[in-house]
Write a protein that binds this ligand. Structure first.
Ligand code: AMP
Length: 228
């Protein structure tokens, strides 16, 4: 089936499931996707100069400086072949980043198709982030919740290691949620005049949330059973 070319931004507080959704949507729309948080964590894990520069910033739950993020994004966007869409998870996070993105996309003649505003209550975000663990090793990384005993058993059976992100510790969660509210949420207003913002309920199963996003962006009803 032929798909339109989508240029989509995913917004939402920490814990809204941006990266999980980005994985689904990347396959569904055949778009290139970038998670700036994941990219930074990989740089930290590999001990690169960028990783060393940003490690403490991430651990404190603060934002990395705009200049570095804009440089990373701009290089990434320019490499996407024409004919392929893109999905940004975690960028922009500030007004200067949004302005820089507009400038780059203008130069590339690739206007945004949709801005997805994932909505989740603070209590649900805290519940998800506080219980979030990553299963590393012997297979792809898997995000699981400490209440999900079956997933924990599966992880240990495959010889995986359960790890907590340093920025998922309680005091950092509070900081990240505050930073989101102060710096990133106002960006929804930045885009409001363009008629491309869709508010999407991020509660429930990830398949349900993915179906809501697809319905909003494509203007065609999707039911979560159709995703399997
Ligand atoms: P995330 O995985 O999206 O929750 O991002 C994890 C962390 O990476 C954030 O708390 C920030 O420290 C940093 N980060 C990710 N994307 C950006 C961005 N666009 N601007 C500044 N900092 C970012």
């Amino acid at each position: 089936m032929e798909h339109s070319i989508y240029h989509v931004l995913l917004f939402g507080p920490p814990g809204a499931g941006k990266s999980t959704q980005a994985e689904y949507l990347m396959a569904h729309w055949n778009v290139a996707a970038i998670s700036t948080g994941k990219l930074l964590r990989e740089q930290i894990a590999s001990g690169t100069p960028i990783g060393l520069r940003v490690r403490d910033v991430l651990a404190r739950g603060e934002l990395v400086d705009d200049a570095l993020m804009i440089e990373i994004l701009s290089a990434w966007l320019k490499d996407i072949p024409r004919g392929k869409g893109f999905l940004l998870d975690g960028f922009p996070r500030t007004i200067p980043q949004a302005q820089a993105l507009d400038k780059i996309l203008n130069e590339l003649a690739r206007p945004l198709s949709a801005v997805i505003d994932l909505r989740l209550s603070v209590s649900e975000a805290v519940h998800r982030l506080g219980g979030r663990r990553i299963c590393y090793g012997n297979g792809p990384d898997e995000i699981i919740h400490i209440n999900d005993e079956a997933a924990i058993a599966r992880c240990l059976e495959r010889g995986g290691l359960l790890v907590q992100r340093p920025d998922d510790l309680p005091n950092v969660i509070v900081k990240r949620l505050a930073v989101y509210e102060a710096e990133t949420e106002p960006l929804i207003n930045y885009y409001r005049g363009r008629d491309i913002v869709h508010h999407v309920d991020a509660s429930g199963e990830r398949e349900q949330v993915a179906a809501r996003i697809m319905t909003a962006v494509e203007g065609v009803e999707h039911s979560h059973t159709a995703l399997v």
